[in-house]
Write a protein that binds this ligand. Structure first.
Ligand code: PLP
Length: 395
């Protein structure tokens, strides 16, 4: 009676959500302060004050009908121009508003792009660990998701594995740097290597291979880490950007797609994005939040708290003997489970009221993800529990 695959999808909650729901139940039982919930990637720092001020200003001074009315399907022209100009200033690109399509976040951006380019016999490469929803976002295209194992330990791209996986059917490659769940940022060297690798493959196969870069964590990088802007490195690029983490606005659903001006047959590429958005019903992203973005274009949430959390968690867990991947960005710590089965490890962690996420669904069994977008106090209080958990494996 109903579309079977979608009924199935609707009934299975993601593993992260399962643990999050378990956490809510447990908090009701023993008190929130006694549960160390590291399950979900919900920003813990508030949106910058400028966001509140922009909202107030818009509500008080902007024409109410226009503020809450439809914009163009691809987003308000002035907003898109502002994003293009700001990006050009920052990265030396040559974008105009016509390279931008406003969306309700990275999930929509990815779904639009994947549906704009993928068909039944195509393959799309992702690198482990990868955001499990990619498979869901491309499900309706009928294309195959091909998972390529990354370098052990560093989780940078492994070109030997990529060489084995790529073939004539490869239509797209998704990268996500800073990465959820590893926190790894691809170095410029790796990006250049990837781009020249893909350029050669395009020539060899005689068709474009699109690079889709999933960037909700672009602004969440620490120390001097730089995130290369892919439009400057590879012509056939789509950027899927979001303000969910950058401005701590995940519930407001606002982001955009950049279609590179140098992409093959730009006018069809942009039309395909518009058509895909239309077919999926992703037209006219939140009108008010488009305008908020325009006013807060150069702002970012205060990420110093995430850095403090990263340092505290990474240093403490490493000292306890946990094997952790050093995260240059995002707000996740990727840790090797203390037994082969990461589900069993996470179950055991629950005995210490630690809620961690097994990374099997990210394509990396044997690892767990710890979301450190929490209050620093929670990390401080959880450290004895992490220690006791580690010691329980030494007995
Ligand atoms: N991609 C990755 C890697 C994510 O971690 C998330 C959300 O956590 C998304 C995409 C979706 O982001 P948005 O809230 O902008 O839809």
């Amino acid at each position: 009676m109903y579309t079977e695959s979608l009924v199935k999808l609707g009934k299975v909650r993601s593993e992260i959500r399962e643990i999050f729901e378990y956490g809510n139940k447990r908090k009701a039982e023993i008190g929130a302060e006694n549960v160390y919930d590291f399950s979900i990637g919900n920003p813990s720092v508030p949106a910058p004050k400028s966001v509140d001020e922009a909202i107030k200003d818009l509500v008080e001074n902007f024409d109410s009908v226009a503020l809450h009315g439809y914009t163009s399907a691809q987003g308000d022209a002035k907003v898109r121009n502002t994003i293009a100009e700001y990006t050009n200033q920052r990265f030396g690109t040559e974008l105009t508003g016509d390279n931008i399509y406003m969306t309700c976040g990275a999930a929509a951006s990815l779904t639009i792009v994947l549906n704009a380019i993928l068909g039944k016999d195509d393959e799309c490469i992702v690198f482990t660990p990868f955001f499990p929803e990619y498979g869901v976002f491309m499900e309706r295209t009928g294309a195959k998701l091909v998972s390529v194992e990354s370098e052990q330990g560093t989780f940078q791209i492994d070109f030997n594995h990529l060489e084995k996986a790529i073939n004539e059917k490869t239509k797209a490659v998704i990268i996500n740097s800073p990465n959820n769940p590893s926190g790894v940022v691809y170095t410029e060297e790796k990006i250049k290597e990837l781009c020249s690798f893909l350029e050669k493959k395009q020539e060899e196969y005689g068709h474009p291979i699109f690079l889709i870069t999933d960037e909700p964590y672009r602004e969440l990088v620490y120390d001097d880490t730089k995130v290369p802007y892919l439009v400057n490195y590879y012509d056939n690029t789509f950027i899927c950007y979001s303000y969910s983490k950058a401005l701590s606005l995940p519930g407001e659903r606002i982001g955009y797609i950049v279609v590179s001006p140098k992409i093959v047959n730009f006018s069809d590429a942009y039309a395909a994005v518009c058509g895909s958005g239309r077919a999926l019903g992703y037209v006219c992203a939140s009108s008010m939040y488009q305008r908020v973005i325009e006013k807060c274009i150069a702002d970012t949430a205060d990420i110093s708290i995430y850095k403090e959390n990263r340092d505290l968690l990474y240093n403490s867990l490493t000292e306890m003997g946990y094997e952790c991947v050093y995260p240059d960005g995002a707000f996740y710590l990727f840790v090797k489970a203390l037994e082969e089965d990461s589900h069993a490890f996470c179950e055991k962690a629950k005995d210490y009221e630690l809620l961690l996420v097994p990374a099997d669904s990210f394509g990396t069994p044997g690892y767990v993800r710890i979301s450190y977008c929490v209050q620093t106090k929670q990390i401080e209080e959880a450290l004895p529990a992490f220690k006791a958990l580690a010691e329980s494996y030494q007995k």
